[in-house]
Write a protein that binds this ligand. Structure first.
Ligand code: PLP
Length: 370
């Protein structure tokens, strides 16, 4: 048996036919960029996430950039980010002309903590922070960090690229996020058929500015009030996602079950499975286990020999990337992000993974001897 790390082609019955029919109609109607289907998607996305306002855009990295700018981040502003995230978070800060400062993450939760945010704020006096919700979890101290930022006049922007469908304290993570972004890259939990992203806010003003920024700073057809980008959402992507969104709950059920099965049935002491914080309901984006920098390489060889796909999300800290040196403003590091990068292992996890595949992974991992 061969189990891939991810398989994004397990469409629901009828999905392919529905999407191809909708795409054919868009070609006939000449709706290629924007148009009614984009509005339909944005409205469905707003309802699903329970946010006040939602917008589609071209990809998840643009979404961070537009959201930062719309929330008030300007040239040379200091922005705190976790040292453990995808590089896009770092890039986005630099691309809007601001300066990234990295904060180490907790070795237990793998996320920022209120204490680490406070330390960073006191040391660097930033204008904004990007809270990144990795692995389909919410940062466990999200609500406390949001409140702290509000009390201290710091913009709290949230990178939810991996967190669509995630809940905290029984509510959608995106519901009360001041300003947030997501990615609909095909491998994400809600994937498009190409690149796409989303911007969310509880504030009308932030969404109005975002809408202008992602369409050439347009305030009228040939009136340009701001220097923006072209980050418009294509109509095919919107149509694909309108249909995909209808199945998102089923996907979450399937993904969560995979993560749960590993946590409950893998007893090999070489792996320590992590769970999201007690108030967090994961979306099942990734299964997360920790090994050690010494034990992981041998296990990876074993997975390869048994045709089991795996991930190491992420294999390096942001502050250590070669591209960081010329742009980073400062960092607080205790070596945790580097340690996590060398110790983390992600087993296969995707929507509609079947029971034989899940059991094969469990059986092989339990049989592994270091
Ligand atoms: C995928 C991802 C992004 C970037 O999204 P793109 O759509 O690929 O630009 C940003 N942040 C995180 C945490 C991601 O996982």
């Amino acid at each position: 048996m061969k189990v891939p790390f991810i398989d994004i082609l397990r469409y629901e019955n009828g999905f392919y036919e529905t999407v191809t029919a909708r795409t054919a109609q868009l070609i006939k109607d000449g709706h290629f960029v924007g148009g009614p289907v984009v509005g339909q998607f944005e409205s469905a996305l707003k309802d699903y996430t329970e946010t006040s306002f939602a917008l589609g855009c071209a990809n998840g990295t643009d979404a961070i950039q537009v959201a930062l700018r719309a929330a008030g981040v300007e040239k040379n502003d200091k922005v705190l980010i976790p040292d453990m995230t995808f590089w896009a978070t770092f890039e986005a800060v630099v691309n809007v002309g601001a300066v990234p400062y990295t904060l180490d993450v907790s070795k237990e939760t793998l996320h920022l903590t209120l204490a680490s945010v406070k330390e960073g704020v006191e040391k660097f006096k930033p204008k904004a922070i990007i809270l990144v919700h990795l692995y389909g979890w919410a940062c466990p101290e999200t609500l406390e960090i949001r409140q702290y930022c509000k009390d201290n006049n710091i913009i709290c922007m949230e990178d939810c690229a991996q967190a669509i469908g995630t809940e905290i304290k029984g509510e959608s993570l995106l519901k009360n996020a001041l300003v947030a972004s997501t990615s609909f890259y095909p491998a994400k939990v809600l994937g498009a058929s190409g690149d796409a992203g989303g911007i969310f806010s509880t504030e009308q003003k932030i969404i109005d500015t975002s809408k202008i920024l992602l369409n050439h700073g347009r305030t009228g057809h040939y009136d340009h009030g701001l220097i923006g980008w072209n980050s418009r959402l294509g109509a095919y992507e919107a149509a694909f996602m309108v249909e995909a969104l209808k199945h998102l709950d089923a996907k979450l059920v399937s993904r969560r079950a995979v993560c749960e099965a590993y946590r409950n049935k893998i007893t090999n002491p070489a792996l320590k499975f992590l769970a999201p914080g007690k108030d967090v309901w994961e979306n099942g984006y990734l299964s997360v286990a920790l090994m050690t920098p010494e034990s992981r390489p041998g296990f990876i060889e074993y997975l390869k020999a048994n045709d089991i796909g795996y991930g190491t999300v992420y294999p390096g800290a942001m502050s250590a990337q070669p591209g960081a040196a010329a742009h980073i403003g400062g960092k607080i590091s205790h070596g945790h992000a580097e340690w996590i990068a060398k110790s983390i292992i992600n087993l296969p996890c995707f929507a509609y993974m079947n029971i034989d595949e899940i059991n094969y992974v469990i059986e092989k991992v339990n049989a592994y001897k270091a």
